[in-house]
Design a protein around this ligand. Structure first.
Ligand code: ASP
Length: 352
């Protein structure tokens, strides 16, 4: 790990944490491949950052990774890092690959409870060193958002969020939806927290504020990762469903269902769901749709799932549901506790 103290001074101080991803890559002209650049040169790469009257320190993990290699241990390291530096900074910006950014932002939203400062994830589709990069704008705006305070000196966005393509989104509501355009993320079930144009326009009514600004957050690092995701599709077989739902390694299964939470009405399917629940598994229903919510009351196919004991994930994203389960199961071995908490809106991840 490399910790670098920045040169700027001023009212706000930001810790810029670099985990990897396209944004921090630079074209190595000798072999024409993308390589991570040394983050100590961040001001050389993005001199615009020097124009802010903020102190910007940077922190680089030793293992700079493509975010396809992200593991829950990275979330634990990020949470521990933010916890240990919490009092020294006004905000945190995490540079991260786009592929799993929605998972990481969801995870941190649950792992930090009672946040009073911004934790802004960003990245880019093109490396920061390339001429048409989206990385500079994303980074510069993310830093500005992380430093923004209201008249009382409180953070304007004390949430874990993602800034990308001019939009600020709640982290646990986002999904990567495009692998090519600069608007790579969407947050269909939750309005934007801010939009960057000539000015950054904050939608303060959409932003969650802490109950108490003076209480330090609780940092949770325990995670139980015994979760599988079962995406329902035409042609799915009893063998596949059995392996996933009744497998000894799973404590919880996220069922990615059709539309408003519907799954095949075939008896074998319902029987396997019931068998899993009888084994003590948690089965959580989220929709495959990009927008909208599970409602297991509308169709007979959804109703049978509810009657079998499947829990509603409401309008949670799969990424958010996975992170919520990891976190809640890490807190307790008691599945009744997990089921009760799943039904609550803990960090703005569901509309309830
Ligand atoms: N594969 C890269 C990553 O997620 C893509 C990106 O950064 O945009 O790390």
């Amino acid at each position: 790990m490399r910790y670098q103290t920045g040169t700027g001074t001023g009212k706000s101080s930001i810790l810029l944490i670099y985990t990897g991803g396209t944004i921090g890559m630079k074209l190595d002209r000798t072999d024409q491949t993308l390589k991570p650049f040394d983050f100590r040169q961040i001001l050389e790469e993005v001199p615009e950052l020097g124009k802010f009257a903020y102190r910007i320190d940077s922190y680089t993990f030793d293992d700079i990774i493509d975010s396809s290699d992200v593991e829950p241990s990275l979330w634990q390291r990020l949470t521990t890092l933010i916890s240990s530096r919490y009092d020294s900074y006004d905000g945190f910006v995490i540079l991260h690959g786009t592929d799993t950014m929605a998972y990481s932002a969801s995870a941190l939203s649950f792992m930090i409870e009672g946040l009073t400062k911004p934790v802004v994830f960003t990245g880019s589709q093109l490396p920061v060193g390339t001429p048409r990069t989206d990385g500079k704008e994303n980074l510069i705006s993310a830093v500005e958002i992380a430093a923004a305070k209201d008249r009382d000196g409180h953070a304007i966005v004390p949430e874990v969020c993602i800034f990308f393509g001019n939009s600020l989104m709640r982290g646990n509501r986002t999904k990567k939806v495009n692998s090519e355009t600069f608007r790579a993320f969407r947050s269909e079930n939750c309005p934007l927290l801010a939009e960057a144009g000539i000015n950054i326009r904050y939608s303060t009514g959409n932003i969650i504020r802490p109950a108490d600004w003076d209480t330090k957050p609780v940092f949770h690092t325990a995670l139980d990762t015994r979760v599988s995701i079962l995406k329902i599709h035409p042609g799915i077989t009893p063998q596949v469903v059995r392996n996933i739902i009744c497998g000894p390694e799973t404590r919880a299964v996220i069922l990615e269902t059709y539309g408003a939470g519907n799954a095949p009405s075939k008896q074998w399917f319902i029987d396997l769901v019931k068998e899993g629940i009888a084994m003590g598994k948690i089965i959580l229903n989220v929709t495959q749709c990009l927008a909208g919510s599970v409602n297991m009351e509308i169709y007979a196919t959804g109703k049978r799932l509810r009657e079998a004991g499947v829990l509603s994930g409401y309008d949670c994203t799969t990424e958010g549901a996975l992170a919520k389960l990891f976190h809640l199961m890490g807190m307790s071995e008691d599945n009744r506790f997990v089921a009760e908490e799943l039904d609550k809106n803990l960090r703005g991840e569901i509309t309830k």
